[in-house]
Ligand binder design. Structure first.
Ligand SMILES: NC(=O)c1ccc[n+]([C@@H]2O[C@H](COP(=O)([O-])OP(=O)(O)OC[C@H]3O[C@@H](n4cnc5c(N)ncnc54)[C@H](O)[C@@H]3O)[C@@H](O)[C@H]2O)c1
Length: 321
């Protein structure tokens, strides 16, 4: 089968990475790239023998573009996703889906009207150890979820891209970072039934993000969740204590399955969780491509991802932000 030809809107750090991951599937070929920083589009296009387009409209009008990947800052997701849908192109849209529930509804309406496929890139669902833990939970190996504590604390986050510190562009820390874990929690436990939130921020900060954000969530079945995040910590820390009926799973390096410690009342071990070693971005993109090939809905639809945005908005409201 010939690879599908894709156009990429947003050739920054993640867009360039995503383009390489897409090409590595062997099922996608980059044919057009655009970025408001023309040099970035030129560089990526040259790397892939693709066309560099002046803007998103030119990319969407390019006759070789079959499907579109979007990796622009979140404030632009709505305009780019709607434009791609109206051009009749299937869309892979990076997380967070958009800023605000209305923006998500507008994207979903455009996608429905155009009858195109749209998947949102909540890749944490495919990352180990998260994928395997959710699968073990669904399979009943862990028993009921009792209390899950997750922390993702950042120190040097804003060295990456300055726009991430502007709430109007990134949406804030919950949108740009916590969206990963909040989406994973929703996918595993369902929609939360209660939420409390506290946010602190030094008024003197050079950025507009939360220094600390603490969420207390309740999920159906009585599972409690505590999430701690923020951009104002003295060092980066990313870990979890996940307490289920039959096992407690601890890690101080949340993306390293080898660091997961399991204490179980039923003899469950880390080996029983079945961690895989496949590249999560490859799994994610292949899942999207499979949905395109079969005409079935993608695994993470716009309606689904909009619920993560609704949760983020509920958290901000609960914190009075
Ligand atoms: N799934 C993941 O693991 C993951 C990781 C990092 C980032 N992301 C997401 O990817 C997206 C991009 O983040 P990033 O880290 O690459 O940021 P970035 O700043 O490195 O890249 C964003 C790019 O968009 C370009 N851009 C801005 N306005 C544009 C416009 N109007 N038209 C075309 N291009 C425009 C910028 O010039 C920049 O090159 C965000 O939604 C972010 O949340 C996802």
């Amino acid at each position: 089968m010939n690879p599908l030809r894709f156009g990429l809107i947003g050739c920054g750090q993640f867009g360039a990475f995503l383009a390489r991951a897409a090409v590595a599937t062997g099922r996608l070929q980059l044919v057009a790239a655009t970025d408001s920083d023309a040099a970035r589009a030129d560089t990526l296009a040259a790397e892939h023998q693709a066309a560099a387009c002046a803007d998103a409209a030119a990319l969407l009008a390019h006759p070789a573009v079959d499907v579109v990947l979007i990796a622009t800052p979140p404030a632009l997701h709505m305009q780019h996703a709607i434009a791609a849908a109206r051009a009749g192109k299937p869309v892979f849209l990076e997380k967070p889906m958009a800023i605000g529930e209305h923006a998500c509804e507008a994207i979903n309406a455009a996608v429905r009207e155009a009858g195109v496929n749209l998947m949102v890139g909540h890749v944490l669902r495919y990352f180990e150890p998260y994928r395997a833990i959710a699968a073990a939970y669904r399979a009943g190996k862990l028993g009921r979820a009792l209390h899950l504590s997750i922390w993702r604390l950042e120190h040097d986050f804003l060295n990456i891209s300055p726009w991430k510190g502007q709430r109007a562009v990134s949406g804030g820390y919950l949108y740009e970072v916590a969206a990963h874990e909040l989406d994973w929690l929703r996918a595993m436990l369902g929609e939360p039934t209660a939420i409390q939130a506290q946010i602190t921020r030094q008024p003197s900060s050079a950025h507009q993000l939360e220094d600390t954000v603490a969420l207390q969530l309740m999920f159906p079945g009585g599972a409690g969740v505590h999430y701690l995040g923020g951009a104002g910590f003295p060092r980066n820390e990313h870990g979890f204590h996940l307490r289920f009926e039959h096992a407690t799973l601890n890690s101080d390096q949340a993306f390293d399955p080898a660091r997961v410690q399991v204490a179980s009342s039923t003899g469950l071990t880390a080996a029983d969780l079945g961690f895989g070693d496949a590249d999560p971005y490859s799994i994610e993109l292949n899942a999207w491509l499979d949905s395109l090939a079969t005409g079935s809905p993608p695994p993470i639809t716009g309606e689904d991802a909009a619920q993560t945005v609704a949760l983020i908005e509920a958290a901000y409201r609960a914190a009075g932000w």
